[in-house]
Design a protein around this ligand. Structure first.
Ligand SMILES: [Zn+2]
Length: 70
């Protein structure tokens, strides 16, 4: 039942502390993106706004703390 394009480890994504977004390059040229607060709330899907492909983000909740500190 997986409709995900891929599964990506959180440390392979790029975190921008200004926008609080994790991003990862999408094959369409845009980027998958998900807010850190959504991950904190249990969301684990990053969506590309241009082509609506999705990736599943692999992480532990405790991983997020080091990003919040940035
Ligand atoms: Zn895309």
């Amino acid at each position: 039942m997986s409709n995900y394009y891929d599964q990506i480890e959180i440390e392979d994504m790029t975190y921008d502390p200004v926008t609080q977004l994790f991003t990862y390059p999408c094959p369409c040229g845009d980027k998958f993106q998900v807010f850190i607060d959504d991950l904190k709330d249990g969301e684990d899907v990053a969506v590309c706004p241009s082509c609506s492909l999705m990736i599943q983000v692999i992480f532990d909740e405790e991983d997020l703390d080091e990003y919040y500190e940035k």
